[in-house]
Write a protein that binds this ligand. Structure first.
Ligand code: GDP
Ligand code: IMO
Ligand code: MG
Length: 430
């Protein structure tokens, strides 16, 4: 703080939601700056589990303001559902603001997401089908509808009358059978706009004023570095920039305000969706990684996540492109109970060492990990992990401490947070 960015270092689902929630009590604001409802961020409070897609993960902390900034694409029906669900569970959600410049995910974006995935065949990323790609395509192509349009019925109608017939032609050409109805879309979206209008404001101006008053701001990344449109697996990632620099662009604050960059990594690797995955495991190891500690199933799509060993080749790149100042390592508890734990320290392809994480999917798919093996650590109950967390890092089993120390040394970045369970209490260091 004052400007701390939290980003994912792998393929998303690293536990960013939990880490943001645990830092949010000391933050004046939490800001989502990219992505959309493709994100699924889990926060556990006591026995209550929350899965946020658009609401920033600080929303349960009443004194913390939560901003959805210009870089996010907002699906209004989904956001309203989240607001309603969270209110029904006793949280007022008055601590929310939405950028008037954020783009709106429209029903035709979700239709086109499905059609494009089908047409792409083996180039399909296995998207969340939340309309993210087509919404960002429209933003860049200047066909987009923004929040300031959504709350202005005259502008909304004029835009829909122009855009919807064009989208209908694209749907038809892509082999879709859906019929778009301008009147119905207008009616639904005017209603969404009326409900969301009280939250809509210039969030960048709000942030500027807050930063001038030395307020502490947490920037909440969605997805992960290797899903980033510029630096991630292409075309198997998402459609927005997920690296730390995107916080400046998406939130509309100068980069000098981003003083602290915290990267979140799982103690192993997981992903939902398609693409090469050098350290991927199947069989018993996969079963262990997927089923322990709450289960590796997509927070948004509930698909089983692909799982594998920790990959320091991809993490070295993540440290570099984000300019990390610190690491948070999650899910150490999930590795417990394995005899041996492996870490990829390098790759080999075609008989020679691969220095950097490759851009080419053809090369990446031929990369063989070079592993280093570690001794495992024993299983503990949730209560025992929490008791260990209270005592701090030194109380961790020796093998787990060695594992963390190796990660820290290899990545030349200090581990500031270690997470050993889903709950707030199962966290070491902040
Ligand atoms: P995000 O998208 O990065 O916020 O991560 P998700 O919420 O999609 O997925 C992370 C999952 O791991 C969630 O179910 C969390 O509750 C859970 N989780 C986070 N940290 C830990 C941890 O240290 N141990 C265990 N067992 N689960 C964790
Ligand atoms: P959080 O914020 C994990 C993946 C999808 C797919 C690809 C493109 O919870 O970490 P999209 O719907 O974005 O066009 O899908 O990216 N993906 C995620 N995987 N966590 C996420 O978000 C993801 N958001 C997108 O599975 O492979
Ligand atoms: Mg997630």
């Amino acid at each position: 703080m004052p400007g701390t960015v939290v980003v994912g270092l792998q393929y998303g689902d690293e536990g960013k939601g939990k880490i943001i929630d645990s830092l949010a009590d000391r933050a004046d604001a939490v800001v989502r700056f990219q992505g959309g409802a493709n994100a699924g961020h889990t926060v556990q409070v006591g026995d209550d589990l929350y899965a946020f897609h658009l609401l920033p993960s600080g929303v349960l902390r009443r004194r913390t303001m939560n901003l959805i900034a210009a870089g996010v694409v907002v699906e209004p029906g989904q956001l309203l559902k989240e607001i309603d669900d969270t209110r029904a569970r006793g949280h007022p959600v008055t601590n929310l603001r939405i950028s008037d410049r954020a783009h709106v995910v429209m029903p035709y974006h979700k239709i086109l997401d499905g059609l494009e995935e089908k047409l792409k065949g083996n180039l399909a990323a296995g998207t969340t089908l939340r309309g993210i790609g087509p919404a960002f395509e429209d933003k860049v192509g200047r066909f987009g509808i923004r929040m300031c349009d959504l709350i202005d019925p005259d502008v909304l109608r004029a835009k829909l009358e122009k855009i919807v017939p064009i989208k209908q032609r694209v749907i038809d050409a892509f082999g879709g059978t859906d019929r778009l109805d301008v009147e119905a879309i207008f009616r639904d979206h005017v209603a969404y706009g009326e409900r969301l209008a009280p939250f809509v404001t210039d969030t960048a101006a709000w942030l500027d004023a807050a930063l001038k008053r030395k307020k502490r701001i947490l920037f909440e990344g969605a997805q992960g570095t290797h899903l980033c449109i510029d630096h991630g697996l292409y075309p198997f990632g998402t459609s927005s920039d997920c690296v730390a620099g995107a916080a400046s662009v998406g939130a509309g604050v100068g980069p000098r305000h981003l003083s602290d960059i915290l990267g979140v990594a799982k103690a192993f690797t997981s992903r939902v969706g398609a693409g090469p995955f050098p350290t991927e495991q199947e069989g018993e190891i996969a079963e262990h990684l997927r089923e322990r500690g709450g289960g590796e199933y997509g927070t948004t799509t509930h698909r089983p996540r692909r799982v594998g060993w920790l990959d320091l080749v991809m993490l070295r790149m993540s440290v570099r492109v984000n300019g990390l100042t610190g690491l948070a390592v999650t899910k150490l508890d999930v590795l417990a109970g394995l005899d041996r734990v492996k870490v990829a320290v390098g790759y080999r392809a075609g008989g020679s060492a691969v220095k950097e994480f490759p851009a080419s999917m053809r090369i990446l798919s031929t990369c063989e990990p070079v592993y280093r093996e570690f001794r495992g650590w024993p299983e503990m109950s949730e209560a025992e992990w929490i008791a260990t967390a209270r005592k701090g890092r030194r109380a961790l089993p020796e093998a787990a401490r060695k594992y963390l120390a190796f990660i820290e040394t290899s990545l030349k970045t200090p581990i500031r947070i270690a997470s050993v369970g889903r709950s707030r209490a199962a966290t070491i260091g902040r």
